[in-house]
Design a protein around this ligand. Structure first.
Ligand code: ZN
Length: 127
């Protein structure tokens, strides 16, 4: 048995329509499936690459939001604010002192960010 999302009455698991309120349930099931998929994507799955990085003393940071990083990098990149967001503190100080490696670093970072997926991870050397 499951619960109808519209009227909260109990209905059979494979019902396409609620027997109590008559609402169609098919679309709703689809939605919840998508949610589950999203959740699995968010979960941290260790890839062989991750393990290699870990062995080499790198720390996996994330998931980070591409849009936030871009919004930080485009107006404030020369001050290294997006590096702060990625928790790359040494790079942040370096960007701050050199104004984003004289702007070149910021341009490269923005181009790199555009190629990343909406949620991305970065690797940082453990201190
Ligand atoms: Zn119902």
């Amino acid at each position: 048995m499951k619960i109808c999302p519209y009227c909260s009455n109990e209905i059979v698991d494979n019902a396409k329509m609620c027997t109590h309120c008559g609402m169609r349930l098919k679309e709703n099931i689809k939605e919840s499936k998508q949610e589950t998929k999203q959740k699995t994507n968010d979960e941290e799955i260790k890839t062989p690459q991750d393990m290699l990085y870990e062995t080499l003393g790198f720390e996996k940071i994330g998931p980070l939001n591409k849009k936030i990083a871009l919004l930080l990098a485009i107006p404030l990149g020369i001050f290294g604010i997006h590096k702060l967001y990625e928790r790359k503190y040494i790079m942040f100080v370096l960007y701050l002192c050199t104004l984003g490696l004289f702007g070149v670093g910021v341009v490269i970072d923005v181009l790199n960010l555009l190629n990343k997926s909406d949620k991305y991870y970065v690797y940082k050397q453990r201190l």
